[in-house]
Design a protein around this ligand. Structure first.
Ligand code: PRP
Length: 212
């Protein structure tokens, strides 16, 4: 039996929120989160949006609470779940980087790399694949403080504008991966609503290519 009702979409709180909302609006899908309210319906009643913490977004999609989600590859990778990606967005591109104090000694080959990161899975897999021994200290935010305060010499973190690094006198040592933002779907939900989801993807793709 086909599911009906609004298409459910989880959006990440924070930096991406406004650019994603703008893309939907450019495609004629308008919605507003009222003050502190975390759910909103589109004015045409076809879509229901949930505003979730970035790192929780894969959980909502995995459980099918949201059929669709918009999420960076960084968070998707950390979640450990492989999702079906139906669209790459043109906004929110960042780089996963190894960074340290400006002028600091570069990591020495064969020596254990001690890093602070929110992205522990990414950092562990990346350096394990290179055969570089690594010790990771997990932090949940303001990761740039770690080398400033001497917790670790290095961090693995996202760099977007680079202004947080610069303000804290840190610099990029290595770019580990370019990170993009994707629209992901719950596979069961996609089976039930593929026609509507494909139509939404086509609409948004047109919108971000300037044909919206
Ligand atoms: C992210 C990231 C960096 C910062 C980079 O943190 O972890 O700290 O943005 O952005 P920039 O290159 O434009 O300065 P976020 O703002 O999500 O906050 P957090 O420190 O609480 O994780």
């Amino acid at each position: 039996m086909l599911e009906s009702g609004e298409i459910t979409i989880a959006l990440p709180k924070g930096r991406l929120e406004k650019s994603v909302q703008k893309l939907f609006a450019a495609c004629g899908i308008d919605f507003q989160f009222e003050d502190r309210k975390l759910t909103a319906c589109s004015s045409d009643g076809k879509f229901r949006f949930f505003l979730v913490k970035n790192s929780d977004l894969p959980t909502y999609v995995r459980h099918g609470i949201a059929g669709i989600g918009i999420c960076g590859e960084d968070v998707l990778y950390e979640s450990g779940t492989v999702f079906t990606k139906v669209m790459r967005l043109n906004c929110g591109q960042t780089r996963m980087c190894l960074a340290g104090r400006a002028g600091a000694e570069k990591p020495q080959p064969g020596r254990k790399l001690k890093v602070a990161s929110k992205f522990t899975r990414f950092a562990a897999d990346y350096y394990n694949n290179l055969g570089t021994p690594i010790e990771i200290i997990k932090l949940n935010g303001s990761v740039e403080l770690a080398p400033v305060l001497g917790l670790t010499d290095y961090i693995v973190d996202l760099v977007e504008t680079g202004s947080t690094l610069t303000a804290n006198r840190l610099e990029i040592i290595d770019v580990l991966k370019e990170i993009s933002v994707y629209m992901i779907v719950n596979p069961s939900y996609y089976k039930m609503r593929y026609a509507e989801i494909d139509a939404l993807v086509a609409l948004l793709q047109g919108g971000q290519n300037g044909n919206g």
